[in-house]
Design a protein around this ligand. Structure first.
Ligand code: ZN
Length: 371
């Protein structure tokens, strides 16, 4: 029997090269699904992988297929599959379970050596035409959301962080009658990558009073995407955070997506008493050992004196993907055109190099079209 192959993009850390290869398609088990990938993103995060000579490769391989954000259509289902059928639009989830985490919440698994992240560490990603995958790693997307399905993965990360922040702050059964009643809760987002942008759209559904701190001009592409939202936009290159009036910028919920430790420390003074901050971006050069010259006394005394909480949040579980489908449907009714404009920078698979040569400041979720 000849093995079916599919065209795939592959990164070889030994020579730092990325090229198209013929990649074997795993034959279908009874509980697996064959998916034709129609679109795969190559974001800034993926580019970091394609630059990383120390990338963690799938077992026994000398390359890794990149791409952790993708969508596709079901082509064939194994005999035991009940929840999917041919033609369904699907989005694959990123983490491959350790298989021992309760509720399949392997986004919380404490054993990094036992799980893999597709297209990032230890498992091939989705920059390939055909993918054999178990149903538990697929999220079904209703047909009316096909044009926005690529936003599901970044939105699911925002969903998880927001959900956790709400759950954690529910520990307080607290209200102070000195509080003004007509003031909407204020939230701050830092950074304007795909996750920061989807965070802004998600929080808009909850009627928070929103502020974004970002190191960009408000008239550039990414800032324009936020035009339909009622949002205070502050370019902290022009208006340094140190110069901002703390009384006017105090937030109950803060979502830090830049992963820049210096930036994080600079926004800590804007946390209200009892506030919570989610750290959603992993520092890029954490391996470099670069030391920061900071006044931790000041930063930490604010946390203690204000009963504040800072927590980390990464990836998303199945529930977060499912509530992302629900919210994406609401957002598509309100902002379909703006959200579609997140998906500029589209190339055929054979033109992947043109995509990689683009300046990432000009695109948000650039992707390869595989059909
Ligand atoms: Zn586990």
């Amino acid at each position: 029997m000849t093995t079916q192959t599919t065209r795939a993009l592959a990164y070889f850390p030994s020579d730092g090269a990325t090229r198209l290869i013929d990649f074997p398609v795993k034959p279908l088990d009874p509980n697996e699904i064959l998916v034709r990938i129609t679109r795969v993103a190559l974001t800034r995060r993926d580019r970091l992988l394609l630059d990383n000579r120390e990338a963690v490769l799938p077992e026994g391989e000398d390359f890794i297929v990149p791409g952790h954000i993708a969508m596709g259509r079901v082509v064939e289902t194994g005999s035991l599959v009940r929840d999917f059928e041919e033609g369904d639009i699907v989005v694959p989830t990123i983490r491959r379970d350790c298989d021992r985490c309760i509720d399949a919440r392997s986004d919380l698994c404490p054993h990094p050596e036992r799980y893999q992240d597709s297209g990032l560490t230890g498992a091939h990603g989705f920059a390939r035409e055909l993918l054999t995958i178990r149903g538990r790693y697929l999220v079904k997307v209703p047909p009316h959301l096909e044009n926005l399905a690529m936003l599901l993965a970044p939105l699911s990360i925002a969903e998880k962080a927001h959900h956790e922040a709400v759950q954690i702050t529910n520990r307080y059964n607290f209200y102070c009658y000195h509080q003004q009643e007509d003031v909407a809760p204020r939230a701050l987002i830092t950074g304007l990558g795909p996750v920061g942008i989807m965070m802004a759209y998600l929080l808009s559904l909850y009627n928070y009073k929103l502020t974004i701190f970002c190191r960009r001009e408000s008239d550039d592409l990414k800032a324009k995407i936020l035009d339909p939202l009622e949002i205070e936009y502050i370019n902290t290159l022009r208006v340094p955070v140190e110069g901002l009036e703390k009384a006017e910028h105090n937030f109950m919920q803060l979502f830090e997506t830049t992963g820049d430790p210096e930036y994080l420390l600079s926004i800590m003074p804007f946390m209200s008493p009892n506030a919570i901050m989610a750290l959603m971006g992993a520092p890029e050069d954490h391996a470099s050992g670069r030391a920061l010259d900071v006044d931790l006394n000041r930063a930490l005394s604010g946390v203690v004196m204000g009963n504040q909480i800072i927590f980390g949040s990464i990836k998303a579980g199945r529930d977060a993907f499912e509530s992302a489908v629900k919210h994406l449907s609401e957002l598509s009714d309100l902002y379909s055109n703006s959200l579609e404009s997140l998906l500029t920078g589209t190339f055929a698979m054979s033109e992947f190099q043109r995509l990689l040569d683009m300046d990432m400041r000009d695109v948000i979720i650039p992707s390869l079209l595989l059909t």
